[in-house]
Design a protein around this ligand. Sequence first.
Ligand SMILES: Cc1ncc(COP(=O)(O)O)c(C=O)c1O
Length: 414
Amino acid sequence: MTADGRPHFGDLNPPTRILLAPGPTALPPSVIQALIAPITGHKDPFFLKVMDETANLLRYVYQTGNHTCMSLPGTGGAGMEASLANLIQPGDTAVVCVSGLFGERMANIVRRVGGTPKIVSAPWGKPVDPDDVRKELRNGDVRVIAAVQGETSTGVEQPLDEIGRIAQEHGAMLIVDAVATLGGMRVEPDRWGSAICYSASQKCLGAPPGVSTVTVSDQAMDYIRGRKSEVDCWYLDLDLHDRYWFAEERLYHHTAPVLLVYALREALRLIVAEGLETRYARHRIHQEALAAGLEAMEFELFADPKYRLPTVLSVCVPEGVNDSRVRSRLLDEFNIEISGGLGEFAGKMWRIGIMGYSATRSNMLTFLSAVEGLMADEGYGSPSGTAVRAANAVYAAHAGEPGLAEPLAFVPAE
Ligand SMILES: Cc1ncc(COP(=O)(O)O)c(C=O)c1O
């Protein structure tokens, strides 16, 4: 406090972290540049053009023919809430696939918007069995099936082809959470026949947190426009957003987070320039190297190996190792952030993001050598250099592949 009672603080001086939690992730320099570009109004012709371009880029990254591809103000949770609130009317039933925290959150939102969730569950570490979804659909009308493609709380992929087929057979609308996967692995809303697929800016897309992205099928948009009851959440009514993004009159709905949309556009442009296949390969190779390094230190990986996500690796904290002490030392001494376990796995699991601009060879090797030293201090030793050698053996096996190239920091001039 100053003498006259005004609050007084020093300059904002954040540490430069190596962000290896499952979001937020490092920002490419050209995305940071977008954040400090001159701001315009949210109805400025320049910004409206940026929105059009962003919609086009999203269509490409989602690999979809859907017209409605847009960002919403608010983090991934806004995409989740919007999807459920727009497709579920009071009294509707939704089958929710739950094998971790984010599936549980979807079921919670179904209840809040007046629906009844029928939960089809799998133990944490495994995906939901599509046959269990099929069984649940035999009893009565189901409006929506909801599933998380990449369950960040467990590091497990939920395969969606079969669940998509089941939704189509039963005339149910499929909602897919691609928050932890879009931009890091194959996301195919058209192939799955999904009504809505949503994601967030701050994970594999490589933009700052603050906006979510959604793609909505034309049939789902028609359904939303024809609902008997109004969407109970005005702010996330997808038809109102659609009219701001795409209608001729660009109907005012909210003051768009202009700079965040610039940043999203730039992040998407980098993804397109890198190429989806190269980008997916990059995530896969770094995950493989990281997993090899951790296994060389005799860590047990948590997720069923058949369904291990390329974008989030979950690993069990060995008995006797102090989870929070190691993670604090990683942050304080090495500037490395990873995440701990959630729910019943708090204190027992680490979750490491292999995402976007953070998914690089130097980040994986720096993390592995840091952990190796810290684990020795915890009395959990492996011969020094074992983890890095194992990871480097994976890199050597992929030598020359496009996925080993560094992520793009900017798009070179044509
Ligand atoms: C699978 C999944 N869904 C939804 C969310 C919620 O996103 P946000 O934290 O951006 O609101 C997260 C966040 O980690 C997530 O991993």
